[in-house]
Design a protein. Sequence first.
Length: 284
Amino acid sequence: MARVLIPLPARDFDPSEAAISWQVLSNAGHAVTFATPGGGPAAADEMMLSGEGLDPWGAIPLLRKLPLIGLLMRANRNARNAYAAMLADHNYARPLRWDAVDASAFDGLLLPGGHRARGMREYLESEALQRCIADFFEAQKPVAAICHGVLLAARSISKKTRRSVLYGYRTTALTWALEKSAWKVARVTRFWDPNYYRTYLEKPGEPDGYMSVQQEVMRALAHPEDFLDVPKTDPDYRRKTSGLQRDTLENARPAFVVADRNYVSARWPGDVHTFAKTFASLLR
């Protein structure tokens, strides 16, 4: 049994990436501990659970209760059930504080993502978490990161090399193609808040996608080609890149996961079952 740490922001993390990972690790016999900014239970992005607010009528109090497009964009049933089970876990209800985490007390680290700037920026910009992540990498312990969790890892600087802990590793993360696709949808369906799917926006003069997860992660790597995406020669290329199909415990065909030594990464919630299973195997 491995002791695994999952840090979360106080709110707005992705429920699929956190809960499915917790479920897979727990079912594999590993002990999961959570950490939050103040040591209180975290709350996922509620729109990713209910789908309410993701339709063009989502700003209207009564009509927002009738999601349509939101039902397609939210976490699927497997993830919602896993989230409900995670909430009932006593470890989830009693997390550590970020600044009280001792990396030496754990065997592995898993970093979920989320996109909503309101809650995620505190997580992505936390110096306490970045120092903790660097400690895990320098001890060569297993680390897993998915979606924006990869961005948090990329911002973590090694005390030894003074570079990102991902420098010299191969990784994937939320691709600009997937991020831009969701952004385009939100600009129509959530027109009063069109940047819901963009955690950071480009400043005047910066090229399109400069502040995307993919572009910032690539700037932290040793070589741009160390950022991996689904090769066009993959027989399931369309399935993996559509942004519509998600993996399951039994079906990994829609997933794209990269493993490099002690490090596992994935792109988005559609990869999470395969991502968590790969990490669980690494822990063994």
